[in-house]
Design a protein around this ligand. Structure first.
Ligand SMILES: NC(=O)c1ccc[n+]([C@@H]2O[C@H](COP(=O)([O-])OP(=O)(O)OC[C@H]3O[C@@H](n4cnc5c(N)ncnc54)[C@H](OP(=O)(O)O)[C@@H]3O)[C@@H](O)[C@H]2O)c1
Length: 310
């Protein structure tokens, strides 16, 4: 099915790591126009050279205005990052539903919405046994869209990407811990536990294919995976490519739980515990990239392209 038409208007909200990575792939689509919604234009002057329009937009702003604004776009893609509150995640979804209804009143086709759900399987994780209200809100948005989108002239697509590849190697995440010449690789839960990871550029590539209509994506949760890697294989790859000795440490669920109990305001410790549980990986065979036969960057390729990283 052809989704885009010669006058398709796309609004990308947020120009951080993900939003910026999306722009070249969306810009490569024929016949579309991209508007980037950002809070402060002066912070993003480097984007002025791209063929996109800039719009000052704060999704925590007044609802009546936002719904009207959203209604003028055919596709809205949220890339607003982890800095959201559960309230803004709900609010955006509600405004999109209102915008869909406004379009319907004007006889316009449905608004296609990609919520900020570029991560784990929030249907499985829920609110992470109370640890993650933001993830809980993402599950509630899924339920809201399943229940109300069809009657609100809204089509939705959720793209589950796992964690961003860059995130896996962040020092603060604690999985690949580089201290001088020493590397510690830590397994959350156990060495057979897995995590799905995708590079942001690859998420953009697949998003381009979805928007172009190459995938059945209407009112669906799609899965993408650059790699689905066990902690054991990750340690092996890091050891082989770094040429350094790798110390292996296992952070079991009881250990991670104790860490949270002792430091309950530490968000990273909560994330680690959630990522030691289920809903954070899926088989590559069930992914859009597998079905489209698109080769994405796996952990090994990612590291080979960044020789200084480990
Ligand atoms: N699956 C994952 O692993 C995953 C998913 C999401 C995020 N992350 C992690 O989070 C980091 C950031 O990734 P990201 O690109 O998702 O987010 P980001 O780099 O933090 O960018 C968020 C963007 O959204 C904008 N924004 C935030 N609140 C807004 C609001 N109320 N209204 C309008 N715009 C708003 C920000 O604008 P301002 O510049 O004005 O703040 C910024 O442009 C990465 O390092 C990534 O590792 C990971």
């Amino acid at each position: 099915m052809a989704w885009i038409t010669p006058s398709t208007q796309i609004l990308v909200i947020g120009a951080g790591e993900l939003g910026t990575a999306f722009l070249p792939h969306l810009s490569a689509l024929p016949d579309i126009h991209i508007t980037l919604g950002i809070r402060t234009i002066s912070k993003y002057t480097k984007l002025a050279s791209l063929n996109v329009s800039l719009l000052v937009l704060d999704i925590s702003g007044p609802s009546d205005q936002l719904a009207k604004t959203f209604a003028t776009y055919d596709i809205v893609i949220s890339c607003t990052g982890f800095g959201q509150s559960p309230e803004t995640v709900h609010k955006l979804a509600n405004e999109i539903l209102e915008a869909g209804k406004l379009r319907e009143a004007e006889g316009r086709p449905p608004l296609w919405f990609f919520p900020w759900q570029w991560g784990a399987d929030y249907d499985v994780i829920g609110d992470g046994e109370g640890l993650m209200p933001l993830f809980g809100a993402q599950k509630e948005v899924r339920d809201m869209l399943r229940e109300k989108a069809a009657n609100s002239n809204v089509i939705w697509t959720i793209v589950s990407t796992g964690i961003f590849m860059s995130f896996l190697f962040e020092q603060f995440w604690g999985v690949v811990d580089r201290e001088g010449n020493n590397i510690i690789v830590r397994a959350f839960r156990d060495w057979n536990h897995q995590v799905t990871v995708t590079d942001v550029d690859d998420i953009g590539r697949i998003l381009g294919r979805i928007v172009a209509g190459h995938v059945d994506s209407r009112n669906r949760i799609l899965y993408v995976a650059g790699d689905t890697v066990s902690y054991s294989r990750l340690a092996d790859v890091v050891e082989r490519l770094s040429g350094k000795g790798v110390k292996r440490e296992q952070w079991t669920i009881p250990y991670l739980k104790k860490e949270v109990d002792n430091d309950p305001d530490n968000i990273i410790k909560k994330y680690r515990l959630v990522f030691a549980r289920d809903g954070v990986f899926w088989d590559k065979e069930q992914t859009v990239n597998y079905k489209l036969n698109v080769e994405l960057v796996d952990v090994e390729t990612y590291l080979k392209r960044r020789p200084g990283l480990i």
